[in-house]
Design a protein around this ligand. Structure first.
Ligand code: PMT
Length: 320
């Protein structure tokens, strides 16, 4: 099927996806963040993370969601910061977040206690139970350093419309720093949506019988991003499949179609231990061994290391 023209994608975005009221304000914030860090000699990465939500009613009771915990985006953000990047973290509201992701499974009240014990009447100072959170001091220290250096700019989305408009705003904001910008598109984005004009206002009634849905195809946003909004940037998309036998073919097809720099290909069940970074000329398998897993090595450290080197080469080629 022929790719839709970019101007028609831009038009569709404006007409069929509600524009978030704060998009211009966020765009200015991202542009200022990018300029500040680029002037300080840093590269800037825009990470998208988490799944998009597609409402079925305009006063939304029900919605369609894409699976993604946000772990890949959140952990990658930490490794990019450790590699000297400033990070714009465009993430799904309440998905995993850099640094706090490590404490997700802990009940906050189990991690706190009264200093001096829980004797009746002791409602004094509350302290952290170091047995429940053994590495909290180390993580807190790093988090405070990152905050002080303003290396992380978090931006939230929930719906597909918010994601699409905020990604466009981010691409336009980062276009000002050219090849120093990287796009790391790890979010799981819906391929289907109901245009605002066709969406029922009120809750769909089950008394009307079984629900039949007809959804339109979401325009592939990679196309205008690469060709128009940020043409000098280093762009990485992700490819998620559940059938391993079609994965690499789909990754290569994406590269052929969009002509961006790399695709990180992964299968749902093995995504935490195995990915393939595919470029037009190369194919690198990144694998965690049992020893790596024992030592709590994360695959995102390998992915980020591979891509930051490739980004450096890309910048050098652009300058030459
Ligand atoms: O968050 P975790 O639980 O850790 O899981 C991580 C992950 C499996 C979600 C992640 O590694 C991943 O593979 N993310 C991409 C999943 C996906 O939506 O793939 P896709 O085939 O639908 O899209 C391919 C690429 O096109 C993506 O980079 C996406 O950002 C982009 N896209 C998708 C739809 C659309 N309309 N426009 C796009 O540009």
């Amino acid at each position: 099927m022929a790719e839709p023209r970019i101007s028609s994608i831009d038009g569709k975005l404006a007409e069929e996806f509600a524009v978030p009221s704060h998009v211009e304000e966020v765009k200015e914030k991202m542009a200022a963040f990018a300029s500040f860090h680029a002037e300080a000699g840093r590269k800037v990465v825009l990470i998208t993370s988490g799944g998009t939500k597609v409402p079925l009613e305009s006063r939304t009771v029900r919605f369609l969601d894409n699976f993604s915990s946000g772990r890949r985006g959140a952990s990658s953000a930490e490794y990019f910061i450790d590699s000297g990047y400033a990070v714009i973290f465009l993430h799904r509201h309440r998905s995993l977040y850099p640094y706090t992701r490590m404490f997700l499974t802990i009940n906050m009240l189990d991690a706190l206690e009264f200093q001096g014990g829980g004797a009746p009447g002791n409602t004094g100072e509350v302290v952290v139970n170091q047995q429940v959170l053994p590495n909290i001091a180390k993580v807190l220290k790093r988090y405070e350093e990152v905050k002080k250096s303003r290396l992380l700019l978090p931006i939230e989305f929930s719906t597909l419309s918010e994601y699409l408009h905020l990604l466009k705003a981010a691409a336009q904001a980062l276009s000002k720093i050219g090849s120093k910008a990287m796009f790391y598109l790890a979010a799981a984005v819906s391929d289907f949506y109901i245009p605002a004009s066709e969406m029922p206002e009120h809750k769909i009634q089950s008394s009307n019988g079984p629900l039949q849905l007809s959804m339109k195809m979401v325009p592939k946003i990679l196309s205008p991003l690469v060709k128009e909004w940020a043409p000098q940037a280093f762009v990485i998309s992700f490819k998620l499949e559940t059938d391993a036998s079609i994965l690499l073919d789909k990754a290569r097809r994406a590269l052929d179609t969009y002509r961006h720099q790399a695709v990180v290909a992964n299968v749902l069940d093995s995504r935490r231990g195995y990915v393939v970074v595919v470029t037009l000329e190369t194919q690198a398998e990144l694998i965690l061994t049992e020893e790596d897993v024992k030592n709590e090595v994360e695959i995102e450290e390998r992915i980020v290391s591979n891509l930051t080197s490739a980004h450096d080469n890309f910048i050098t080629q652009q300058v030459a």
